[in-house]
Design a protein around this ligand. Structure first.
Ligand SMILES: Nc1ncnc2c1ncn2[C@@H]1O[C@H](COP(=O)(O)OP(=O)(O)OP(=O)(O)O)[C@@H](O)[C@H]1O
Length: 250
């Protein structure tokens, strides 16, 4: 579903945020993209979704090249950004209508889906209020609803659980599983190891712009011994956390 070949991104300040990345996400998979702050997750996601241009390398989505068919690819992707950028002056319902119009969702379908999504994420009457009055979590929910309402084949979710209350997080995880059972695909980034362990078919761990592990959680554990996922993550990303001296706080 997603194929990335020798992908690199160097920002204008000459900082290389993604280095020679090769990655494949299969149809029907929940693929977790893990890494510490600043590792290059959002940069990679923005390249896959066509928001920023790679410096070199290639990205294919469903066999199409992002350089040649960006619009077709964008139509098949539902993208939730780590910082939901919504049109704050609109009411939630106006924003949903705008998205449905853009993706040409037929009226009956949008009504049915909206009713269910509002119920699942418990946004309720707030959908009629201006987005500017929403909390961070409510904006996150609206962003998810606006993404799922056009029923894209490929969900690309950047830190989707952050800001969600436990019930909505639970619902989203169930939705992700349900989506892939229909041979559709979910690619999402997270810092939360337990979520990766619970829902992902495979993961990639990125550190300093490079993929340092790709496979199943079981393979990661086999490679490194049966430690907790958190310990494994700290180990493969060469975190110094274990050695930090906190005595100055005593
Ligand atoms: N527009 C930019 N110009 C220059 N450097 C950038 C730009 N955007 C990101 N970076 C740098 O690229 C690196 C990767 O950033 P990115 O946002 O992709 O990381 P991330 O893995 O998503 O981090 P987090 O988990 O904190 O969201 C960071 O060092 C960041 O400072």
């Amino acid at each position: 579903m997603i194929k990335i070949k020798n992908l690199e991104k160097t920002y204008n300040n000459n900082f290389k945020a993604v280095k020679n990345m090769n990655l494949e996400v299969k149809k029907g998979e929940i693929f977790g993209f893990l890494g510490p702050n600043g590792a290059g997750k959002t940069t990679t996601i923005k390249m896959i979704t066509g928001i920023i241009q790679p410096s070199s390398g290639e990205i294919f989505v469903n066999g199409l090249n992002i350089k040649k068919d960006p619009l077709k690819i964008k139509q098949s992707i539902g993208y939730v950004s780590d910082e939901p950028l919504l049109m704050e002056k609109l009411k939630g319902i106006e924003y949903i209508k705008f998205i449905c119009d853009m993706f040409e969702v037929p009226p009956l379908e949008r009504e049915n889906r909206l009713e269910k999504l509002l119920k699942h994420f418990k946004l309720g009457e707030a959908i009629n209020n201006p987005i500017s009055s929403y909390s961070h979590g409510m904006k996150q929910k609206l962003s998810l609803i606006s993404t799922l309402i056009h029923n894209p084949d490929l969900w690309i979710l950047d830190e989707p659980i952050v800001g969600l209350d436990p019930e909505s997080a639970f619902i989203l995880k169930k939705m992700m599983k349900n989506h892939t059972q229909n041979n559709k695909t979910v690619f999402f980034s997270t810092h939360i190891m337990e979520i990766a362990e619970k829902v992902c078919d495979r993961i990639a761990i990125i550190n300093k712009g490079e993929i340092i592990f790709m496979g199943t959680i079981e393979q990661l554990k086999e490679n490194k011994g049966n430690e907790s996922l958190e310990d494994l993550f700290l180990e493969v990303t060469e975190s110094e956390s274990e050695k930090i001296d906190f005595s100055y706080l005593d």
